[in-house]
Design a protein around this ligand. Structure first.
Ligand SMILES: *[C@@H]1O[C@H](CO)[C@@H](O)[C@H](O)[C@H]1NC(C)=O
Ligand SMILES: *[C@@H]1O[C@H](CO)[C@@H](O)[C@H](O)[C@H]1NC(C)=O
Ligand SMILES: *[C@@H]1O[C@H](CO)[C@@H](O)[C@H](O)[C@H]1NC(C)=O
Ligand SMILES: *[C@@H]1O[C@H](CO)[C@@H](O)[C@H](O)[C@H]1NC(C)=O
Length: 476
């Protein structure tokens, strides 16, 4: 995992930071046989129409233009489900909705998710936007609890025992955490919600796709295999996931975009779903394809797409969750294959990337350049503050300069959750933030150190004392 020390950060930020070597090679699906698998042949086993309803909850956790890609992913997913035949009344969308009409958006009212791609914003239901796109509302919606919902359309996952549910999330994540616009969702709380849903027999089967750094930590050692839930994640429990179609990538976002248009795992499944007859395409097949695409795209910026939960569900057809677009019935290898290789930037750096390109591309002496410089400077200062305070805290608590670094490198066995005592973990994050200011998205990368402090028996009192001292001088 990349770990920025101050000097390096400044250096790489100010001097050609994200121009990552050569354009990556195209990673086309390896052979014809596989490419045309989606074609409906008489002998192919294919999905029966589903008896229950098909529900979907689509969640973009981030805000701000530098995170364009998450809302773009979510909107794109909506378009696929809609074309697949799901009903608006059964699709619930969370997104802050500050991208389409953002002053930075070169195409007002339009969001694209790939270079040359169509508008994916049109028609997307605005169920939970702005101040209603909260973590609490995500829980209320998943539980189908109308009275607990605050603001928004009031649409909830009102599902029954025959129904199928698809949940897709995109934003930043960290150790046992995914972000929402107003705070964090901890793995333990999400698992508790799923448990309640399972006990209430409020679905037949459920599929969850999560795009986030360390997304595997939401399920590792937590999601049992007998809840009829199958999940795949953009990364395993300890690595970054990546933005893609960024400026100067290959393929690159159009020149007028100084932000990444999509995320690697997300774009991989979205484009895969668009190119197949989903009646004869299984979840497993898609998992394998996106795993290969995400892993081989760029040797320096790749992650391991990972699956969790009930593996027998992976034999089911995508159709059960996404429907299928009749236009793809006759999909053949050549017809609409798009370049499937791409390079990428880590979720952490993708946000800096926006400000860097904004700065870089603005005319000399312009207000815009000045503004971008200020924004970039603000982001970098925050990073330095977090880097420094985390290092100090490790030193104060465990005695060595390298403690935080070592805690960051400590990973748990694959059958264990990243934290045992979730209350301790939440408390340490809260305590740090009270003394040192919000971690924001960048600071999330240190949460593994906090989790490991809990695993090592560090108490809230020790944490409070150390963060008070570490952050006494540097006001956030
Ligand atoms: C293509 O893939 C199929 C199925 O994975 C395999 O059986 C076949 O040998 C492959 N063909 C080539 C030319 O690699
Ligand atoms: C729904 O949420 C409300 C308010 O948070 C709570 O009082 C109630 O118990 C919840 N209902 C169910 C069925 O969980
Ligand atoms: C697919 O092929 C069948 C048989 O050739 C044809 O009847 C149908 O219209 C085609 N569908 C599309 C969407 O092109
Ligand atoms: C800390 O890390 C540096 C560089 O990796 C190493 O030289 C040093 O010995 C370490 N110090 C301790 C106390 O482990």
């Amino acid at each position: 995992m990349d770990y920025y020390i101050v000097g390096i950060l400044l250096f790489i930020t100010l001097f050609s930071p994200f121009t990552k070597s050569e354009p990556t090679k195209l990673d086309r699906p390896s052979n014809e046989t596989e490419l045309i698998h989606g074609n409906s042949k008489p002998n192919c086993k294919a999905a029966e129409p589903t008896k229950g309803k098909q529900w979907a909850v689509l969640i973009a956790g981030s805000t701000d233009y530098e995170n364009y890609r998450h809302q773009a992913d979510i909107c794109h997913a909506y378009q696929i489900l809609k074309k697949g035949g799901l009903k608006d009344e059964n699709i619930i969308v969370f997104m802050y909705d500050d991208i389409a009409f953002n002053v930075e958006n070169p195409r007002p009212g339009v969001i694209i998710n790939q270079p040359g791609g169509d508008d994916v914003y049109e028609g997307v239901p605005k169920d939970y936007t702005q101040s209603a796109a909260t973590a609490a509302n995500v829980f209320a919606v998943l539980l189908g609890n109308k009275t607990a919902v605050q603001g928004g359309s009031g649409k909830v996952l009102d599902s029954g025992p025959d129904d199928h549910i698809f949940i897709y999330y995109a934003d930043h994540g960290a150790t046992g955490i995914i972000g929402m616009t107003d705070g964090l969702i901890y793995a333990k709380d999400l698992i508790d919600v799923l448990k309640k849903k399972h006990e209430a027999k409020a679905y037949k089967t459920m599929v969850i796709y999560i795009e986030a750094c360390e997304a595997g930590s939401m399920f590792q050692g937590l999601l049992p295999n007998n809840w009829d839930i199958y999940a795949t994640t953009a990364a395993n429990a300890e690595e970054n996931s990546f933005g893609t179609y960024c400026p100067d990538d290959y393929p690159s976002a159009p020149l007028e975009y100084d932000t990444c248009l999509g995320d690697t795992y997300s774009v991989a499944w979205l484009e895969d779903s668009e190119m197949h007859d989903l009646r004869s395409e299984t979840l497993e097949k898609q998992y394998k394809r996106i795993r290969r695409r995400v892993f081989t795209q760029d040797l320096d910026f790749n992650s391991h797409v990972t699956q969790y939960g009930d593996m027998k569900l992976s034999k089911e057809f995508l159709f059960t969750y996404m429907g299928t677009n009749p236009d793809n019935d006759n999909y053949t290898s050549m017809a609409n294959s798009k370049p499937s290789g791409f390079s990428s930037a880590s979720q952490y750096d993708a946000e800096l990337l926006h400000f860097w390109y904004k700065f870089h591309r603005a005319p000399e002496g312009s207000t815009r350049k000045l503004e971008a410089q200020k924004e970039l400077h603000g982001k970098i200062s925050h990073r330095m503050h977090v880097d420094h305070s985390m290092k100090e805290m490790g030193k104060l608590i465990l005695g060595s300069e390298n403690s935080t670094m070592m805690l960051l490198k400590t990973v748990r066995p694959l059958d264990q959750p990243v934290v045992d005592d979730w209350d301790c973990y939440k408390m340490l994050v809260k305590t740090y933030e009270e003394h040192c200011g919000s971690l924001l998205r960048y600071g999330l990368k240190y949460t593994r150190a906090l989790a490991n402090m809990c695993n090592a028996g560090i108490t809230m009192e020790q944490m409070a004392a150390a963060s008070a001292r570490a952050c006494a001088k540097i006001k956030p």
